[in-house]
Design a protein around this ligand. Structure first.
Ligand code: 2AM
Length: 184
């Protein structure tokens, strides 16, 4: 049976991903993402059959939600201490609408028969993946840009994407766009 590796995201305006691409510190082991790979993941769903994808599409399209503003601010790493795996851009504190949308997306996935990751949601935009990078070597960069402010975005749609793993990197394809009620 054919499956697709699916995830739900909020995409960023081109001008912002271009701006973020400029921050690459070109440190050994720090692989900065290409602008078209940067997004905020609302839910990662893994491999999904065509039949379940149909249900998921219907459930996501039925979500009724209002557009909101989201600040893109602050740099950090996962894990927060020790050797970093991921370098991320945060979304500040004021994002109840984001958590609400995340919850609705998780419910849509559950209702389609999927098992989304139900751990606590830590919204972030992955900027780089790190391999064999010490916390010390990244510290000066983090200190210099801790308050990185990429501005405010108007979130008026979210997307279902598929991800194909290639030896070099993941290739993402937009499968569906779900606009907010006020922009339909
Ligand atoms: P990340 O940026 O935090 O790594 C597509 O792979 C997107 O789904 C990525 O943005 C990735 O988030 C997210 N994701 C979440 N859980 C994942 C998992 N278990 N495997 C792959 N990607 C995952």
């Amino acid at each position: 049976m054919s499956t697709k590796r699916l995830f739900v995201s909020i995409e960023l305006p081109h001008a912002i991903t271009q701006f973020l691409a400029e921050f690459d510190p070109h440190l050994r082991g720090v692989r900065w993402l290409a602008p078209e790979q940067m997004h905020l993941t609302l839910s990662f769903l893994g491999n999904v059959s065509a039949e379940t994808e149909e249900k998921l599409r219907a459930n996501l399209s039925a979500i009724s939600w209002k557009a909101f503003f989201l600040p893109l601010v602050g740099l950090g790493t996962f894990p927060g201490k020790g050797r970093p795996n991921i370098l991320w851009l945060g979304v500040g504190r004021g994002h109840p609408h984001l958590f609400q949308l995340h919850k609705r997306v998780q419910e849509a996935a559950l209702a389609a028969g999927l098992e989304p990751d139900l751990r606590a949601f830590h919204p972030h935009i992955t900027l780089a993946r790190c391999r064999d990078v010490s916390a010390e070597s990244l510290r000066p960069f983090l200190r210099a840009h801790a308050g990185l402010d990429a501005g405010m975005i108007h979130v008026d749609s979210f997307c279902l994407n598929s991800s194909e793993l290639t030896p070099a990197r993941s290739v993402y394809t937009r499968e569906l766009v779900i606009p907010s009620c006020d922009s339909r």
